[in-house]
Write a protein that binds this ligand. Structure first.
Ligand code: BGO
Length: 709
C-alpha cells in the first residue's frame, strides 16, 4: 500500500499557485465547486517516490479572516480537513506583502512549507534573499521554486515527504505580539486548553477572539466557558485602547507588519531603487549600518542630559522645602528625642529620596516617549549585531532597556526569549542596566563631587559602564555556562508614530506613584529602623560626662572663641561616639575590612546593607547617619555634608556609584529572579553580582585615586 499524503496549496492571488498545481499534477486533476459557493475547487494527485500525493489548490487569499468566501474556504479547509502539509506559495518578488499570510499560517501551528516561487524573477531583479535565515525566522522550510520553469518542484516534494515523515523538523517559530496581547492570549489559551469540547489550535482561537473574529466568537460564546473568557477580552480591549488608542485587532495587525518589516530587513537585499515611504526614509538613518549606532548613543546621551538638566530645577525646590520643613519641625517639637526621630530619621530618610522624584519621572517620560514613537524597536535592531557578538540577540535588548526603569518587569520581559540559555544570561545581566532606584545615588554623588557641566556626561558614563560590563559578562556566561546555539528571532519594526501626551503622562504618573508609595512605606519603616540602629545602644555614662563638661563651659558668662570651638568639638565627639557604638555602627565596622579596599567606611557599608532592600535606601541611610553626626540646629543638606566630609572624595564617590550600579538588585527583583529560575541560580546571582561589584569598584577606585590625587 502506498502512503497517501494530502497537501494544500495556499497563497496570495497571482503568487503562482495555479501554475504550481498544474506543474505538479499535470492532467491528473478534476474541477468541482467548494460546498455552497460557486468558487471552483481544483484537486489532483501525483505519484512520487512511492507516495501518492493529493494536491488541493485553495482559492487565492491575502488573509485568513472571514471577510471573503475565498478566505473562509482556505481557512476552513486548513483548520477542519487538516491536510498533512500546507504549502504556502509566495511570490518571492513581492515577499513583504506575501508574508502576511505566511504569518497567519504560522499562528495556526500547522506543518507549513514555503514555496518561494518566482525565483527566476528574484534572480532577474537581483534581489538577494538569505533563505537559510528566512527559514529560521519563519520556522518552516523555504524552497525556491519557479513554477512556470518547472524548477525546484522535486526539492519541494522531497521536503513534503520529509516533513510528513517527521524526518526533518525546524523549531516552529512564533510571532510575539506586544506584551499586553501576549499576556491576554496566554490566559485565554489556558482556559481553552482545559475545555475538552473545544477543537482547534487554542492559541489561534485566542488570537481570533482578540481580532474580533465573528465565526470564532459564534463558536465559543454559546459555551459556559465564555463567562470566563469574556471579562478577559474586555479587560484587554480596555488596556490596549488606553495605552495605544486602538483596538486589539489593529494592534495585532501592526505587530504582524512589524515582524515582517524586521524579517525583510534581516533577510532581503534589494539592488534596485524602490519607492520609499516616510518610515523607510527615517529608517534609512536610524537603522543605517554606519549611522545607527552613533545615533543611538546620541539619543541615549540626550535622554540623560534631559533627566539631569530638567530635573535640577524641581529637585532644588523639593530640597529647599525639605530643609525648611525640617528646620520648622525641629523648632516646633519639644523633646530632643522626638526631634531626632522625626528630623534625622524620617525627614532625612524619606525626604532624601523624595527629592529625586523629578529625575525619575523625567527618565520615564523620555523612555516612554522613545518606546511610543517606535524608536526602541529600532534601537533593538541596531544593537542586534553587537548582541550577536556576545551570544545574545536584539530580542534581549527590550528586557535590558526595561531594566533602566526597574529590574522586576525587565526580568519578567525575558519570557519572550524561548531559548533558556539566552533567557538566563539576559536575566543575569539585567542588574547591570542601572534601574531608576539607583539614580538618586548617582545624582547625590555627582552633584556633590563633579561640576554641573560634567554631570550629565558622568551619569551617562555610569549607565554605559553598566551596559558594557553587562555585555562582557554575557559573553563570559554564554561561553562558560550556556554553550548552546541561540535561536533566530525577528526584530520587529513597527511604524513610527507620535505617542500621545496622555499615554506618556499616564506612564509617568504610574511610576511617580509607585516611587512615592515606596518612599511612604518601605523607606519610611527602614529609615526608622536605621535611626534606632544608629542611636542605640548608647553609652549614657560617657555621654553624660561630656554633656556636663559642655554645660560647665556654657555656664561662663561670655564664651571665648576657644570655648565655642571646644563645645563644637565635644558635641561632635558625642555624636560620632554614639553612631560608632550603635548597632549600625558595629555592623558597619564588622564589614569595614572587606570594603576598605574600595574606599568605603562603616557608614557606606551600612547604607549598602540597607540598599539590598531597595537601592533608594542607600541615600536615605546615608541621610540618616550623616544627619545624626551633624551638630544640631544646622539645616540639613546631604550633598553638602558628603562634600565636606573627610571620609569622602571623588574617587570614593565613583567607586560607590560603581558598587551600587553592580551589586545585587533589591530583594523584590531577586525574589522575581528566583521565581523565574531556581534557588541555585539565585545563589549564583547574588555571589556573582556582589563579586563583580567589588572587583569593578576596586579597579575604579584605584584608577580614580591615581587620576584625582
Ligand atoms: C500570467 N516565474 C515567473 N516568472 N512567472 C510565474 C511563475 C514563476 O515561477 N509562477 C507563476 N508565474 P498563477 P495564482 C501572465 O498569467 O499561477 C506567472 O493566481 C500572463 N497571463 O505565468 O495564475 C504565471 O494561481 C500574461 O502569469 O497564480 C502567471 O496564484 C503575461 O504568474 C502569474 C505575463 O500565476 C500568476 C504573465 C495572461
Amino acid at each position: 500500500m502506498k502512503k497517501k499524503i494530502v497537501i494544500a496549496l495556499v497563497g496570495n492571488p497571482n503568487s503562482g499557485k495555479t501554475s504550481l498545481f498544474n506543474e505538479l499534477v499535470g492532467s491528473n486533476q478534476k474541477v468541482g465547486n467548494w460546498a455552497g459557493v460557486t468558487i471552483e475547487k481544483y484537486e489532483g494527485s501525483l505519484e512520487y517516490k512511492g507516495y501518492t500525493i493529493k494536491v488541493v489548490d485553495l482559492p487565492g487569499t491575502y488573509s485568513l479572516t472571514t471577510y471573503t468566501p475565498e478566505e473562509l474556504i482556505a481557512r476552513n479547509y486548513i483548520t477542519e480537513a487538516n491536510p498533512d502539509v500546507v504549502v504556502d506559495v509566495i511570490d518571492g518578488s513581492n515577499l513583504e506583502r506575501n508574508l502576511y499570510l505566511t504569518l497567519q499560517l504560522m499562528e495556526l501551528e500547522t506543518n507549513i512549507i514555503v514555496a518561494l516561487n518566482m525565483y527566476d524573477e528574484i534572480e532577474k531583479q537581483n534581489i538577494q534573499i538569505n533563505i537559510k535565515q528566512l527559514q529560521q525566522i519563519l520556522g518552516s522550510h523555504v524552497i525556491p521554486t519557479s513554477a512556470t520553469k518547472n524548477k525546484g518542484l522535486h526539492s519541494l516534494l522531497d521536503h513534503v515527504i520529509r516533513v510528513y515523515e517527521a524526518d526533518i523538523v525546524i523549531a516552529k517559530n512564533k510571532l510575539y505580539f506586544r506584551e499586553e496581547i501576549e499576556e491576554s492570549l496566554q490566559k485565554i489559551k489556558e482556559i481553552i486548553l482545559k475545555q475538552p469540547n473545544i477543537e482547534g489550535c487554542a492559541s489561534w482561537l485566542a488570537i481570533k477572539l482578540l481580532e474580533n473574529d465573528e465565526m470564532i466568537y459564534q463558536k465559543l460564546n454559546k459555551l459556559p466557558v465564555w463567562l470566563r473568557i469574556e471579562p478577559l477580552l474586555k479587560a484587554t480591549i480596555q488596556e490596549i485602547e488606553l495605552k495605544y488608542q486602538t483596538d486589539p485587532e489593529v494592534a495585532i495587525t501592526e505587530d504582524r507588519n512589524a515582524f515582517i518589516r524586521g524579517a525583510m530587513e534581516e533577510t532581503v537585499k534589494f539592488n534596485r531603487v524602490i519607492k520609499k515611504s516616510l518610515t523607510d526614509r527615517i529608517d534609512s538613518i536610524l537603522i543605517n549600518r554606519i549611522l545607527g549606532l552613533p545615533v543611538f548613543f546620541i539619543i541615549m546621551w540626550l535622554v540623560f542630559q534631559f533627566t539631569f538638566v530638567m530635573g535640577k530645577i524641581p529637585m532644588h525646590w523639593i530640597a529647599s522645602s525639605v530643609t525648611v520643613f525640617s528646620t520648622w519641625i525641629r523648632a516646633l517639637l519639644p523633646s530632643e528625642i522626638l526631634k531626632s526621630i522625626i528630623v534625622d530619621g524620617i525627614i532625612a530618610g524619606v525626604g532624601g529620596v523624595i527629592i529625586f522624584l523629578p529625575n525619575i519621572v523625567l527618565l520615564f517620560i523620555a523612555l516612554s516617549f522613545l518606546e511610543g514613537t517606535g524608536y526602541m524597536a529600532r534601537a533593538a535592531f541596531v544593537v542586534d549585531k553587537i548582541m550577536h557578538k556576545v551570544g545574545l540577540h536584539g530580542k534581549s535588548f527590550i528586557p535590558l532597556i526595561t531594566g533602566f526603569g526597574c529590574s522586576i518587569p525587565a526580568i519578567m520581559a525575558t519570557r519572550t526569549l524561548k531559548n533558556r540559555g539566552d533567557r538566563v544570561v539576559t536575566m543575569l545581566i539585567i542588574p547591570f542596566m542601572s534601574c531608576g532606584a539607583k539614580l538618586p545615588v548617582y545624582i547625590l554623588l555627582i552633584g556633590a563631587f563633579f561640576p554641573p557641566e560634567m554631570a550629565g556626561s558622568i551619569l551617562f558614563g555610569v549607565y554605559v559602564f553598566g551596559v558594557v560590563l553587562g555585555l562582557i559578562m554575557a559573553k563570559i556566561l554564554k561561553s562558560v555556562m550556556f554553550k548552546n546555539q541561540s535561536e533566530p528571532f525577528v526584530m520587529e519594526l513597527p511604524p513610527y508614530r507620535m505617542p500621545t501626551l496622555r499615554y506618556i503622562l499616564l506612564q509617568a504618573k504610574a511610576k511617580a506613584y509607585m516611587y512615592l508609595r515606596k518612599a511612604g512605606s518601605i523607606i519610611l519603616i527602614a529609615s526608622l529602623i536605621i535611626w534606632v540602629a544608629s542611636n542605640y545602644p548608647r553609652d549614657y555614662k560617657s555621654e553624660n560626662l561630656i554633656n556636663s563638661e559642655i554645660s560647665k563651659i556654657h555656664s561662663s558668662q561670655t564664651l571665648t572663641e576657644e570655648e565655642s570651638e571646644k563645645i563644637k568639638w565635644l558635641e561632635n565627639k558625642v555624636l560620632a561616639q554614639r553612631t560608632k557604638e550603635s548597632f549600625a555602627g558595629r555592623l558597619g565596622s564588622m564589614i569595614e575590612p572587606a570594603i576598605k579596599p574600595l574606599g568605603f567606611d562603616w557608614r557606606i557599608g551600612m547604607s549598602l546593607i540597607a540598599g539590598v532592600a531597595g537601592k533608594e535606601l542607600v541615600v536615605s541611610t546615608l541621610g540618616t547617619i550623616f544627619s545624626l553626626e551633624e551638630p544640631k540646629g544646622k539645616p540639613f543638606n546631604l550633598a553638602n555634608l558628603i562634600k565636606n566630609d573627610k571620609g569622602f572624595n571623588r574617587a570614593k564617590a565613583l567607586s560607590l556609584m560603581v558598587f551600587v550600579l553592580l551589586y545585587i538588585p533589591c530583594l523584590a527583583a531577586t525574589a522575581i529572579f528566583k521565581k523565574e529560575t531556581s534557588w541555585k541560580m539565585t545563589g549564583f546571582f547574588a555571589v556573582y553580582t556582589v563579586s563583580t561589584a567589588w572587583l569593578a569598584s576596586f579597579i575604579v577606585y584605584n584608577i580614580a585615586n591615581l587620576l584625582f590625587t
